[in-house]
Unconditional design. Sequence first.
Length: 488
Amino acid sequence: MNPVMTRPDTTVSSDKGFFGHPRLLANLFTVEMWERFSFYGMQGILAYYMYYSATDGGLGLDKTLSLSLVGAYGGGVYLSTILGAWLADRVFGSERVLFFSACIIMAGHIALALVPGVAGLTLGLILVAFGSGGLKANATALVGTLYAEKDERRDAGFSLFYMGVNLGALIGPLVTGFLQSSVGFHVGFGAAAVGMAIGLIVYGVKRKAMPESAHHVANPLAPSERKRYALILGAVVVVIAVLLLGGLVTAKNLATWMAYVAVGASVAYFVILIRSKKTQPVERKRVFAFIPLYVASAAFWALFQQQFTFIAVYSDEKLDRHVLGWEMPAAWVQSINPVFIVIFAGVLAALWTRLGPKQPSSPLKFAFGLGFMGLAFLSFVPLAGPGKTPLLALVGILLLFTFAELCLSPIGLSVSTKLAPVAFKAQMVALFFLSVSLGTTLAGILAGYYDPSNELPYFFGVGVVAVVLGLALAAATPAVRKLMSGVR
């Protein structure tokens, strides 16, 4: 076992060359920033491309179906982290999977830009989903290797990494939204492809700087196991083909199927991690501690990811986007949250660093995240009813989204690496992304229950449930921390 996978050496953990953090964090920061530029740039205009009429450059799909498909696609992105993490832990190592996943992402954006109609949409989204899944889990896992297990800079480092994510998420929708509204959807998708190409070039130049541990395979696949996994893969392909050709899985029920798969995969993963002989007793307790955090994360993302479903439609139809007589593209609303992330991520990173051992524990930060998310949806209540919503009102709501995100998302990435058994580093990160997959899929399903003519029950119901879940997790924090066995 390579010791860097269990505890980074003192040279790496004491390196402070990048804003007080290891220099290699800058390399991962860069590739993730450009990947998020392409991902959020494309997703910022995706729902509109689906439900806008053909005369407006879209595909003319039903609006509810479009939102459901956006949720299912987003869920598929995070679901595919399973495959990316498994390939890293068992076959290729995280760095190789990350690089080739970035190549697949770029190919997907090119398909969206150049192949017209439903064929281009299907091919492009499949490639982007698989590529993004492989990149996300492994970029995060590599960040985790830069810090010792109890390095107090760890959460702050993930917050800085997350700021890179949101720089890309900020710029992407601005570029693609402008191009879509002024030139057309396919030019917007083309800009996403260019962004990913830039990220690949920059990362490729610096690839050799990554340590040997980045290529290390934590739990190598034995030769005797290869045939068994090949048969499993073949069986999965056959089952998917039968479901599609038999009409059991359709565009209308795809999101529901994605939710079932995410739940089933999550349960299977927890069982594998808990029962594995490679999981030590203290690691097993930590896996149990991750279960309530998984549930909280799924609930959070079911609300947060509605930025790309319900809020996308809300911004297009109900929001007053006029600024000094000029109407802002609806896709630009997707850049408001990243602006706040860029402003406040560093502030919270500095706060966690300054507080050190006195900072709130990870479960309590999760509880704060759910609470802020609930308050954000409750803030829609006074805006319910006829009439346009002022832009500043939505900006304020998205500020609450930001506080919720900073309390949960980068902390979730961090705690998944801290609680991970040594033999399942990348796959534990994939388990966190499975919670994102489930939540994102639910975001598409939930958006279908939003009724513009009767908004109050939706806003009030969703908001209250989130606040109650946050309070419940806060109450359970002492018990969860006991299972975490010294991890904060």
